[in-house]
Design a protein around this ligand. Structure first.
Ligand code: ZN
Length: 152
């Protein structure tokens, strides 16, 4: 069942394509050959868009689609909680069995639980999430330390 969720996102990626953004990053996973270019757009502290283009294995590409689903429209603090929960699951080496609370936070991303048993594939699943974190840091830095503050 989990495999189907991943394959479905791979075949029908959500929000794919590059659109206007506040920051852009390009991340690669050399061990598998996955690549992603990702842009984030913020309105204050709300994520108004995460757009991306990428190539590589089904896990890396499906993960970017799930990220788009989960993070667009969320406030930064909520998005960070989701990212940290996903990171915890992916670094669990298969020891964490997602409970109801985790499923509520991660939605389709719980489908990657089985991937956490395979260290080489964990990097595939985390590629877009690391890119998002990096792009967010850049976007917020460019916007100034205080949210909503305009630079002269
Ligand atoms: Zn991969």
């Amino acid at each position: 069942m989990y495999q189907e969720v991943i394959l479905d996102h791979y075949k029908n990626p959500h929000g794919r394509g590059l659109r206007d953004g506040d920051a852009e990053v390009h991340h690669v996973n050399p061990t598998c050959g996955d690549e992603i270019t990702l842009r984030v757009k913020y309105e204050g502290t709300t994520i108004s868009d995460v757009s991306y283009e990428g190539q590589g294995c089904s896990i890396s590409q499906a993960s970017a689609s799930v990220l788009n689903d989960l993070l667009v429209g969320k406030d930064l603090a909520e998005a960070q909680r989701i990212q940290e929960t996903f990171l915890e699951l992916m670094q669990s080496k298969g020891r964490v069995e997602p409970d109801e609370e985790m499923e509520e936070v991660l939605e389709d991303a719980v489908a990657f639980a089985g991937v956490s048993k395979y260290p080489a594939r964990v990097k595939c699943a985390l590629l877009s999430w690391m890119a998002w974190k990096d792009a967010t840091a850049q976007a917020l830095q460019d916007a100034g330390a205080e949210p909503g503050r305009t630079t002269a």
